[in-house]
Design a protein around this ligand. Structure first.
Ligand code: GLC
Length: 825
């Protein structure tokens, strides 16, 4: 298995099987009714609209402000000065259910101060003013009399089929969020459907794709703000397409419930957004390593061979995947007795190599009497039904399938229970696929279950139209439940193809079926950044590209860029050449090993970015403009990104390119490889031969590094390296055990390193907050870019003259709990 001569006939098999089943569908009228391509449009576009009428009276109860209109009540609630929930209710209906929002939000902290005159109601909450026009219900959110965001109209269709919000966009407003979008980063001028769709492989411009998040993020000179359309039904976000200054959100729903968030920076807005939609739990550290996958490794032996090969070639790796061929005829819960017979022993062997195993699950349950998934599903009545009570059938990999109604706790329990045997083999996580949900159709994708199929919707009852967008997340939640049932003390790893608002609470994700092209590499960056700006930051692409044969150069450049992405998995389709890092020989193998190793070395910084996301909602990788928020001219840049607060990555995205220009935000930057110092606020041109990825560190950073590791299972770090990039600055590093839940009880710490540069010295101070005690006892300090020659180093008051000097880098090893180090000329 070391070259690319091995090709598979599997695709022929799959296609002909799928065609057979497609014929069955075409023969079946009931099923063919599903292929209604209205997913991109909203029902009845010619509907008559009416907007909120004048306010007749107002009423304040604690933190809630009720505005009484002729037939409805607009209820406004502030969670904090920056977060406002507006919901329209019929006067007789108080019920509220949201799939997106945490159910334990504390509303009690901020008391709004409300006044009114003939024209408006004014609400003061903290530093923010909310001014509501009594005749139109337009809301202006102001700070220091400056508009932060403004709504125009709240409207509903007269036939109750749709609701709508329109807002005015600022002239310089740039538009982000809304999930995975295969466009440039700034989405202004686009119309974006909210309807999770598997396009069967996508390219730039295909829309919608697998994960649509009904969250909009606007960035303009005066503020950043967010809008969560709090309803899971099909919706449309018009970001200045019909009217260049107007944002219009239309939903195919009766609900009109919207959360508004505001902040000085994108970071603030994301913090408020995850406060409402929930935060990511810290994943196990190993999930941040390199992952190796393919559709599929065909047997136990193949999987072990791949693991052995990775280890023998010293290519760091933590996770290996089982794609659909491990299953018994693609039957979920079951595995192939012949090729994957002793699953537990395979898992054990892989664990002995510190390799983790993650199998795929698809939601479709084969219609097949005698198969436990089908029989127990029927017995427990878990499948989605037509209104007449018959189960909805559709074709996916196993052939004709029924689909679990994950919108019911009973179904999630059933799913988790049926996964017991698989989970007990020791598998380490679950990959949730095909959960838009997709069914194969007779020609053009996408193919959805019928809108009118019936769901439990957590006991409230609902249609597929209402549940479709949350289906993937609910499946991931059920899989998570299976893992938690069996190992409640561990951190879990689940990821899902289809996401929605709040998915970060239960799963990470990847960006679906891309192609092995250079433009797909570029899109991989944009989609990952956009997902981070939609609250689901633990995301990444199929490295090397999924469909079509990759090339050695593309795979190498993709691996280099992917090494800085939150989710780092090489994955490829069944009919393409193998693309594990060694398949193309040298120099590619060495270069990819180095890129992967660099990720492992930088892991303390990567892990910190994960902890910032878990704690504050900050994206893990961030668009460049977040490093220079007031510069409107860089809001479109999506070929360069930041990892955490301090690293700037400028990957090569074109074939044969060995130089590129990079915009460095204001401040000074060091080239990570050469230590050359650059002034920011300008474009610089850098060399990037194939073995080199342009990487810059913000001056003043204290960059933690680990030694080379092959895996992240319980790493025993003896000495932490800290590179101090001369300047004044502060770096915060998060540390915990990387596994287990003790961190939830306070067993973690944030360590702050502060560098203070004076004319002839630099002082480094260290403060730690939190109980966690790391494994390392020593820290090797490296001072880089000192502007004067260092003569002595004082460590907690004790002077040393014996330190390393090499290429103007001054090195000294100190105790890990030092308080202050002075580098003096
Ligand atoms: C879907 C997934 C892909 C997987 C394949 C087979 O296309 O997106 O990642 O390999 O199904 O399971």
């Amino acid at each position: 298995m070391t070259d690319n001569t091995q090709q598979s006939n599997e695709q022929d098999f799959v296609v002909s099987t799928v065609n057979d089943f497609r014929q069955q569908i075409i023969d079946n009228d009931k099923i063919i009714k599903q292929y209604d391509a209205k997913y991109l449009k909203l029902a009845s576009p010619d509907v008559m609209w009416q907007s909120a009428q004048a306010v007749e009276r107002i009423e304040q109860i604690d933190t809630t402000l009720n505005l009484y209109l002729a037939e409805k009540v607009a209820r406004l609630r502030w969670i904090n000065p920056q977060t406002l929930h507006v919901r329209f209710m019929n006067t007789d209906d108080e019920s509220y259910f949201s799939y997106f929002v945490r159910n334990d939000i504390d509303y009690a902290n901020y008391q709004p101060y409300v006044t009114e005159d003939d024209n408006s109601v004014r609400v003061l909450v903290g530093d923010y003013h909310y001014v509501i026009d009594k005749s139109t219900l337009a809301i202006h959110c102001l700070r220091d009399d400056v508009v932060q965001w403004e709504t125009m109209l709240f409207s509903w269709a007269e036939d109750d089929s749709q609701t709508r919000l329109s807002m005015r966009m600022q002239a310089d407003e740039a538009c982000f969020g809304t999930g995975e979008r295969a466009f440039g980063l700034n989405l202004r001028g686009r119309t974006l459907p909210i309807w999770n769709t598997d396009p069967g492989g996508y390219a730039r411009g295909d829309d919608p794709i697998n994960s649509c998040v009904p969250f909009y993020l606007g960035v303009h000179d005066k503020a950043s703000y967010g809008v969560l359309w709090d309803d899971s039904s099909r919706a449309m976000f018009d970001l200045g397409a019909s009217d260049s200054n107007q944002l219009t959100i239309t939903g195919e729903t009766k609900t009109l419930s919207v959360y508004f968030f505001v902040g000085d920076t994108v970071q603030d807005v994301m913090t408020h957004y995850v406060n409402v939609t929930g935060s990511m739990q810290m994943p196990p550290l190993w999930a941040l390593g390199y992952h190796q996958s393919r559709y599929s490794y065909m047997s136990n032996e193949d999987v072990i061979d791949i693991a052995v090969e990775l280890r023998s070639r010293n290519i760091p790796c933590d996770v290996i995947y089982l794609d659909i061929h491990y299953m018994d005829g693609y039957r979920v819960f079951k595995w192939d007795a012949e090729n994957y017979g002793d699953m537990a022993s395979m898992v054990k062997q892989l664990h002995a190599m510190n390799m983790r195993v993650v199998p795929i699950l698809d939601p479709g349950v084969k219609v097949d009497e005698g198969y436990i998934g089908y029989d127990s599903g029927i017995e427990n009545d878990v499948f989605i039904k037509y209104p007449d009570g018959e189960s909805v059938a559709g074709v996916v990999w196993p052939g004709l399938c029924y689909f679990p109604d994950f919108s019911s706790q009973k179904t999630r329990d059933w799913w988790a229970e049926n996964l017991s045997t698989l989970v007990e083999t020791g598998i380490d996580g679950i990959w949730n696929d095909m959960n838009e949900p997709l069914i194969f159709g007779d020609d053009t994708p996408p193919q959805d279950l019928p809108d009118y199929a019936v769901h439990d919707k957590e006991g409230f009852g609902g249609t597929h139209q209402e549940v479709h967008n949350v289906y993937g997340t609910l499946m991931a939640q059920a899989s998570l439940q299976a893992l938690e049932n069996h190992r409640p003390d561990k951190r879990q790893f689940t990821f899902t193809r289809a996401c929605t608002a709040g998915t970060q609470r239960v799963a990470s994700s990847w960006t679906g079926d891309n192609h092995s092209t250079w433009d797909d590499l570029h899109i991989a960056i944009t989609t990952t950044l956009q997902m981070g700006l939609s609250g689901i930051a633990f995301t990444g692409s199929d490295i090397g590209g999924f469909m079509h044969d990759t090339t050695p150069e593309l795979l190498t450049r993709w691996t280099q860029a992917g090494a800085f992405m939150p989710f780092f998995r090489n994955h490829s389709a069944v009919d393409v050449i193998y693309q594990e890092p060694w398949r193309f020989g040298q120099p590619y193998e060495d270069i990819m090993r180095e890129a992967i190793q660099l990720r492992y070395r930088l892991m303390p910084m990567m892990y910190t970015a994960f902890a910032q996301h878990a704690t504050f909602g900050t994206p893990i990788v961030r668009p460049l403009f977040m490093a220079e928020p007031n510069n409107a001219s860089i809001r479109d840049i999506d070929d360069t990104f930041m990892l955490g607060d301090t690293l700037l990555v400028a990957p090569i995205l074109k074939p044969s390119e060995i130089r590129r220009t990079v915009y460095l935000p204001e401040g000074d930057w060091y080239d990570f490889h050469t230590n050359e110092r650059y002034h920011g606020g300008q474009m610089v041109r850098v060399d990037a031969p194939l073995d080199y990825i342009p990487l810059f560190v913000k001056s003043g950073t204290v960059l933690p590094l680990w030694d080379d590791l092959q895996h992240l299972s319980n790493p025993q770090i003896d000495t932490l390296k800290l590179r101090i990039y001369t300047d004044s600055g502060e770096t915060v590093i998060y540390e915990d055990a990387g596994e287990g839940l003790a961190y939830r009880e306070g067993d973690y710490r944030w360590v702050t390193y502060r560098a203070e540069e004076q004319t002839d010295s630099l002082t480094l101070t260290r403060t730690a907050e939190g109980d966690y005690i790391p494994t390392y006892k020593h820290i090797e300090l490296q001072l880089i870019g000192s502007r004067s020659e260092i003569a002595r180093i004082d460590v907690d008051g004790i002077t040393h003259f014996d330190f390393g000097t090499d290429n103007d880098i001054y090195t000294i090893t100190v105790d890990a709990d030092f308080e202050e180090v002075l580098f003096k000329a």
